[in-house]
Design a protein around this ligand. Structure first.
Ligand code: SF4
Length: 375
């Protein structure tokens, strides 16, 4: 991505590392400097070129004039008592040393989340500004989609969340389940995930990276061709097309049969166990007949079903099912032999739970709630 009119390149764009090597050669610098800089970024958690203490001072200053490390600014950082932390980022920021520059559009905002669970340090990252899928219960798609994030902006979320950890802790898992439909931005997502899994990147195993989708068969087939090393999670949210068309409107053009057939192909090619996600909405998709239909739909598949009791979103008319409804739903699935887990609602005190990420600053009540939550 070219930023403003300063001619600076975003260092975290995967392609920029090639440009950096050329730049270093043009500036009579040894080739190993590129690896040194990469190490500072991914392992050393350096904030700037200035912090890269084993580079000559003059070189650091020259690099800072040619490459921009951060293009996003943290405009809010919330912490929850369960260890979850959420960042609201403003994108496309000018470099700190910019003396001129034209902002091409108004600042855009996205959110990303760090989750702590035992030894796990997972992050949930966004792939688009907004979302076009229109799932009725979700905050992320309330205003539609503005644009795809660049690879660099996706990597930047990973690094900003990594920096929330103490030096001795590492990120262990990535779920691409934040704002946006990841398969609608596959061309930028895959290079970013390469950086996450690279030995000289974040070094996170492919097995610990999950791409979550509502199920876009064409793009899923492309993923099969391009890269089948990641875990795949398909968000169902309904056991039949009639109900899914209402909850996940994009389903009208696709249908469950196609989605499941493509997911099965991904399993055949990758050998990775599939995960299906099901957000449980009170009075909508949480009835015993829905559980029975869901069991029939998934039976015979090597799959895990994640059921997530709904996290309420301000302004939307959906509610969390009662404990009794959740218990009954679970019983039916377990009796039918479905490999099911009911996910804990981590982060909902700060609206960081599934389906709650949004691009705008929340109302004061939400800020007070978040900042008064002990961490
Ligand atoms: S649940 Fe996911 S796919 Fe659906 S609108 Fe929200 S972000 Fe988009």
């Amino acid at each position: 991505m070219q930023l403003y009119d300063t001619g600076m390149k975003h260092l975290l764009e995967p392609d920029t590392w090639k440009s950096l090597k050329v730049w270093l050669a043009e500036h009579d610098q040894r080739a190993f400097r590129a690896a040194q800089i990469r190490k500072w970024i991914f392992e050393g958690r350096a904030e700037s070129f200035e912090a890269m203490s084993d580079l000559p001072k003059a070189l650091r200053a020259e690099l800072a004039g040619a490459f921009q490390v951060w293009t996003s600014k943290v405009v809010r950082h919330q912490k929850s008592a369960d260890g979850t932390e959420k960042l609201l980022l403003e994108l496309n920021q000018p470099p700190p040393n910019a003396t001129q520059g034209v902002l091409y559009s108004a600042p855009e905002q996205i959110e990303c989340v760090l989750l702590r669970d035992g030894e796990r340090r997972s992050i949930c990252i966004s792939t688009q500004v907004g979302c076009a899928m229109g799932c009725v219960f979700c905050a992320s798609g309330l205003d539609g989609v503005d644009r795809n994030l660049t690879s660099g902006e996706i990597v930047e979320q990973m690094l900003l969340l990594q920096r929330l950890l103490p030096a001795e802790e590492r990120l262990s898992h990535i779920v691409v389940m934040g704002m946006g439909e990841p398969l609608a931005n596959l061309d930028n997502l895959l290079p970013a995930l390469n950086e996450a899994s690279a030995d000289d990147g974040l070094g996170i195993s492919h097995r610990r990276i999950t791409i979550s989708t509502v199920g876009l068969p064409k793009q899923l087939d492309r993923l099969c061709e391009l890269n089948t090393r990641y875990q795949l999670a398909v968000s169902l949210h309904a056991p039949n097309d009639e109900l899914r068309n209402r909850i996940v409107p994009v389903n009208k053009n696709i249908g469950l049969a196609d989605i499941l057939a493509t997911a099965d192909r991904y399993f055949d090619v990758s050998g990775r166990r599939l995960t299906f996600e099901y957000v449980l909405l009170a009075g909508i998709n949480d009835q015993p007949q829905h559980a029975r239909e869901l069991a029939a739909l998934l039976s015979g598949r090597t799959a895990l079903l994640n059921v997530i009791p709904y996290n309420p979103v301000a302004g939307l008319p959906y509610a969390t099912p009662s404990a009794a409804a959740i218990r009954k739903f679970r019983e039916i699935l377990v009796e039918a032999g479905i490999n099911v887990q009911f996910r804990e609602r981590k982060g909902d005190a700060i609206n960081a739970a599934c389906g709650q990420l949004r691009r705008s600053t929340p109302g004061l009540s939400q800020i007070v709630e978040a900042t008064t939550t002990p961490c």
